[in-house]
Design a protein around this ligand. Structure first.
Ligand code: SAM
Length: 249
């Protein structure tokens, strides 16, 4: 039966590629990869050989037609990205749409995802969260985006790269208030995994002081806005309180 499998790959530790993911990749007739050289190394590590095509942001729409033609031949195809779960701040959306619209089965092979891993270990409320992915690279647009998120109650979740981590934390402090609690999760599942919580100003200070902490890949999680409870006092209660106040010495 023709199927497009959406296969999650490790975000660092190769031990996180599940046995089922290995099996699906091994039997796939074709692997659609974000970067074929990068995925080639992963496959070599697991001794998996399969023909690959590249599917990235710039050719995804055209590639969808090719993938559909392969599915029409009855083939099984696996989509992978460079790391983690495809479509999560990664290519794949147009492909999945097109393949489903063409009437073929799309089936997930779940596994690593950086923000789920970060959220699960952050100690921040996880019942409601808002995944924002990457913020705009320029400070003006970034602050505008943050401004729109300022009063959101769910935990806010961002992806950030080594190039912009300091600037982003700075902008977050400026917009959310630098006493807002946040957690930075760096290099998850890798040798230098670090998960640190604190007020935005503390995190910024700590990271500025240590260039090593600015290296690698980051998930930034920010505590949601604390709900301002508008207390409405009943006029009658207010009158009684006032009377009581007058009677007190
Ligand atoms: N599809 C991936 C996923 O499922 O998490 C995300 C891909 S996105 C292009 C890459 C970003 O994910 C990095 O810039 C970083 O923000 C985050 N990321 C990936 N691996 C990570 C890791 N090991 N530790 C912390 N963040 C990571």
């Amino acid at each position: 039966e023709p199927v497009l499998y959406i296969v999650a790959t490790p975000i660092g530790n190769l031990g996180d590629l599940s046995p089922r993911a290995q099996e699906v990749l091994a039997v796939a007739d074709l692997i659609a990869a974000e970067d074929t050289r990068h995925t080639g190394r992963l496959l070599a590590h697991f001794n998996i050989k399969a023909p690959m095509i590249s599917v990235h942001d710039h050719n995804e729409r055209q590639r969808a037609d090719l993938v559909i033609r392969h599915l029409q031949q009855g083939e099984q195809i696996a989509l992978v990205s460079d790391a983690g779960t495809p479509l999560i701040s990664d290519p794949g959306f147009f492909l999945v749409r097109a393949v489903r619209d063409a009437g073929f089965r799309v089936s997930p092979v779940p596994g690593s995802c950086a923000f789920i891993a970060a959220l699960s270990a952050s100690g921040l409320p996880s019942d409601r969260f808002l995944f924002e992915g990457f913020l705009p690279p320029k400070s003006g647009a970034r602050k505008q985006r943050l401004e729109a998120l300022k009063d959101q109650l769910p935990t806010l979740v961002f992806y950030e790269s080594t190039h912009r981590i300091l600037a982003s934390l700075e902008d977050m402090g400026a917009v959310f208030g630098d006493d807002r609690y946040a957690v930075v999760a760096r290099e998850l599942t890798k040798t230098f995994e670090t998960i640190r919580g604190g007020e935005l100003k503390e995190l910024l200070e700590w990271m500025s002081a240590d260039p090593n902490q600015q290296k690698g890949e980051f998930v930034v999680l920010v505590h949601g806005a604390v709900e301002k409870v508008a207390v409405e006092i009943d006029p009658e209660v207010r009158r009684i309180l006032q009377l009581l106040g007058e009677e007190l010495p």
